[in-house]
Design a binder for this molecule. Structure first.
Ligand code: HEM
Length: 474
């Protein structure tokens, strides 16, 4: 047995950090050509073993927890953001229980009550900020705000949502400031952002604690948000989540969904602006399903089933996630030497693993014209019969496979798979529904389609993300 090939480097310690950091997809592709699906590179003293294509995805996502863990890779990054005692700051078995509790809150019953809230919050943003007949706006900024308002209102509840204008948004922003590659690489540095995050957590604990206390004093009031679910959730041993855990878990959920969903919604709008025929196709399907005109300010409220069945929007989101997967790097740490099946390679303890589902999702081997945004490739037609995900693709909130042997896994697979996928699809599709009903979009002629920006933990469009809106009238 031997270790996977090592990418040569010229600068000791720093290694290939610059090449990887500038454009991870190109870096991985070039080395994949030279070394195959498994190779190691040095990044700031850390040995990073890249595992790509279907075999690499499967190896990382389904690795045994006794040998390979997510918490050893992520906790130094996520603890200052999420706070203590949740997600990667607890043993894996506890995370599994916490995920089960959250999943119980992401029920169809609750989702049904979220649709009017998504619509109301999106309309509120538009009525406040997009007041002209037509204008050019920073689309990423606008959509990020729609995502935080819709997510806070539905997951954290109306009380905390109403405090967003009173400084809670700034506290989130402070926590978010710790969620950068610097904090992954320099976990030992006493960065000022850590101090700020401790302070922000203390303030949020106070705000959340007060709301929880008020709710406990009024046990008969009905709520359909995640706060309510977690406040009443119990571990297998009969213990409650502490109030602090409830608050931290809510922060974790908000953070997990914020940049990922904002990036996906923004890229969707940019691509729809670039290909207005797809936007028109989505509008035609919406009107046909709703049995009424859907244009202008007073958008009718679709049912949960209708949003689920907006198949053009579903394909828009799925295709956007394929070519612009927000999480380009999935990390793990090897804690016991682990053999890669069907190879002679053994990865030593201490190495990090890097999976990148974006590599297989953009591989010509699996998708014709893989770099192009073609939502119709997901349509159930004879022409698409050979599509690699055909057997596992089902309409309605992107219910793609949970197996790791797929080239397209924007939500991961295995024990750490995303539990927010259905929430994200519902939220993104409903926001797109409102936006397409009320506006025509076009790209800014000077700026065009933005490039990808890899400098943040979540891959975003390179700013300024300009797009043009024009009101639609009856
Ligand atoms: C895990 C992607 C939205 C909550 C993951 C993972 C991916 C992912 C790739 C696996 C990470 C890994 O294996 O290391 C996305 C994308 C989203 C999205 C692309 C939006 C388009 C959300 C939302 C929530 C959420 C809205 C919460 C409501 C979680 C949680 C985990 C997770 C709790 C589990 C972490 C673990 O078990 O280690 N997500 N996510 N995500 N996501 Fe999402």
């Amino acid at each position: 047995p031997s270790e996977p090939p090592f990418v040569p480097y010229y600068i000791p310690f720093i290694g290939s950090m610059v090449q990887f950091g500038m454009h991870p997809i190109n870096f991985i592709r070039e080395n994949q050509k030279k070394y195959g699906n498994f190779f190691t590179f040095l990044m700031f003293g850390r040995k990073m073993t890249v595992c790509v294509d279907i075999d690499g995805n499967d190896f990382v996502f389904n690795a045994r927890h006794s040998h390979v863990t997510a918490e050893d890779a992520y906790n130094s990054l996520t603890k200052p953001v999420f706070g203590a005692d949740v997600v990667y700051d607890v043993p894996n078995a506890v995370l599994m229980e916490q995920k089960r509790m959250v999943k119980a809150g992401l029920s169809i019953e609750n989702f049904k009550s979220y649709i009017p809230i998504f619509i109301e919050e999106t309309n509120q943003y538009i009525d406040k900020h997009w007041t002209k007949e037509e204008d050019t706006v920073d689309m990423l900024k606008a959509i990020s705000e729609m995502i935080i308002m819709t997510a806070s209102h539905t997951l954290l509840g109306p009380e905390i949502r109403s405090k967003l204008y009173e400084g809670v948004a700034d506290l989130y922003h402070t926590l978010d400031g710790c969620f950068t590659p610097i904090h992954f690489l320099f976990e030992w540095l006493p960065l000022p952002s850590y101090y700020a995050s401790d302070k922000a957590h203390a303030e949020l604990d106070g705000i959340f604690g007060k709301v929880i206390k008020e709710r406990r004093a009024n046990p008969d009031a009905k709520h359909t948000d995640m706060l309510d679910v977690l406040m009443n959730a119990k571990y297998k041993n009969g213990k409650d989540m502490t109030d602090k855990q409830v608050g931290n878990m809510l922060i974790a959920l908000l953070m997990a969904g914020q940049h990922t969903s904002a990036a996906t919604t923004t890229w969707s709008i940019l691509n729809l602006a670039d290909q207005p025929a797809v936007a028109d196709k989505a509008r035609a399907e919406i009107e046909q399903m709703m049995g009424t005109k859907v244009i202008g300010k007073d958008v009718p409220e679709p049912s949960y089933e209708q949003v689920k069945d907006f198949s053009v929007l579903d394909n828009v989101v799925r295709e956007t996630l394929r070519i612009r997967s927000p999480l380009v790097e999935i990390m793990r740490k090897v804690i016991k030497p682990v053999a890669i099946p069907n190879t002679e390679y053994v990865i030593p303890a201490g190495n990090y693993l890097v999976a990148s589902t974006a590599i297989s999702a953009l591989d010509e081997k699996y998708y014709k014209n893989a770099e192009d945004w073609v939502p119709s490739r997901w349509e159930q037609s004879d022409e698409n019969e050979g599509s690699p995900d055909k057997a596992t693709t089902d309409y309605g909130f992107g219910a793609t496979t949970t197996s790791a042997r797929s080239p397209n896994l924007p939500f991961g697979a295995g024990r750490h798979r995303c539990i927010g996928e259905q929430f994200a699809y519902l939220q993104i599709k409903t926001i797109l529904y409102v936006l397409l009903s009320r506006f025509e979009f076009s790209l800014d002629p000077k700026r065009g389609m933005p490039e990808r920006n890899y400098q943040s933990m979540v891959m975003l469009p390179e700013g300024p993300v300009l797009a043009h809106y024009k009101r639609r009238h009856d």
